[in-house]
Design a protein around this ligand. Structure first.
Ligand code: CP
Length: 348
């Protein structure tokens, strides 16, 4: 009996692309993903989503807890006809008994795409290096690119009538988090003005500034880095994020005392930002820390649209990254396999 060496449908694909950071994508490619998000959101609203991930498996590795990323990816796979598998470090051997290389190669033989939320960027980059299916960065210590696709889409949904993305001033108030960096890169790539208002001690590293300024030189965008909270004036969008995250617990007290109260987004700060400015936050939010509950519940807040758009983004990413890798079998091929297997089963 002759056996195939591998039944994997996803090896040696010339179209393999990962989604580790938005910087790996051109503005046009990101615009295409945003357009796909719009179409998939419309189709979902009409309960008429094409089954573009049918029969496919998404492997999801989580080294850190998650509500939105986990649920949105799993729901996206299901809505598009596929399946998502949750893998925590205590369930699999990654990094402990098995190398990144072997984990990436093994998952690639069984799943069609991998999403990983990891402590360190090197982990998701290492998986991508060895995987033969697309790998998506579901958050690392440096970046949160899938969040930023949801954020850009939410900005489009809430654009002031006389503006386009490149006209926006987006002001991130607070710590130089992975959302801050990813937004900085995406906003400057799209030609926006991006302000980061932050105490000197926790400002963005020079490496980020170099990337953003290179983007600005191409796009005509502008980067403003300041510790002056009054620079919030003239913002279309004010963004907040946690003052501390996993791995920063030891700095919690110094962080809170440095950021609070000056860099907390309050109603008063939103008034100062501008009469029409809106509030965004990737969530989860620490009420009364980086922002007040009053701001979160106000008419200016679009945080739950933003959260819902995590699902919109994940649907688009699953489709965008995998659609070229799957060829549908023709009817004759399908019938040939069905007949051969059926004939064999009949002999048992
Ligand atoms: N914004 C975000 O990534 O949320 P989760 O940590 O709940 O996934």
């Amino acid at each position: 009996m002759k056996l195939p060496s591998s039944s994997a449908t996803n090896l040696n694909k010339p179209n393999l692309r990962h989604f580790l950071k938005t910087q790996d994508y051109t503005k046009q490619e990101l615009t295409d993903i945003l357009a796909l998000m719009g179409m998939l959101k419309d189709a979902r609203r009409d309960n008429a989503l094409p089954q573009l991930f049918a029969g496919k498996t998404l492997a999801m590795i989580f080294e850190q807890p998650s509500t939105r990323t986990r649920v949105s990816f799993e729901a996206a796979a299901t809505l598009l006809g596929g399946h998502a598998q949750f893998l925590s470090p205590k369930d699999i051997h990654l990094g402990a008994k098995e190398s990144l290389e072997d984990t990436g190669r093994v998952l690639s033989r069984m799943a069609d795409i991998i999403m990983a939320r990891v402590d360190h960027h090197d982990t998701v980059a290492g998986l991508a290096e060895h995987a033969t299916v697309p790998v998506i960065n579901g958050l690392c210590d440096w970046l949160h690119p899938t969040q930023i696709m949801a954020d850009l889409f939410t900005m489009l949904e809430h654009l002031p009538s006389n503006k386009q993305l490149s006209d926006l001033t987006v002001t991130f108030v607070g710590d130089a988090t992975n959302v801050c960096s990813s937004l900085m890169f995406a906003c400057t790539k799209f030609g926006m003005t991006y302000k980061h208002i932050c105490p000197e001690r926790f400002k963005a590293p020079a490496k980020w500034v170099d990337i953003a300024e290179t983007n600005c030189a191409v796009s005509g965008g502008k980067l403003v880095l300041t510790d002056d909270i009054n620079q919030v004036a003239g913002s279309d969008i004010v963004v907040a994020d946690s003052f501390y995250w996993f791995g920063q617990e030891e700095e919690k007290e110094i962080r809170l005392s440095t950021f609070i109260p000056e860099y907390v987004v309050t109603q008063e700060l939103m008034e100062k930002a501008g009469p029409e400015s809106i509030f965004m936050h990737c969530l989860p939010a620490n009420d009364q820390r980086e922002c007040t509950r009053e701001v979160m519940e106000s008419d200016r807040s679009v945080i739950f649209d933003e959260a819902e758009n995590r699902l919109t983004a994940q649907m688009a990413l699953l489709v965008y990254l995998t659609h070229k890798n799957f060829s549908q079998p023709d009817e004759a091929t399908r019938a040939r396999h069905q007949e051969k297997i059926g004939d064999f089963l009949a002999t048992l």
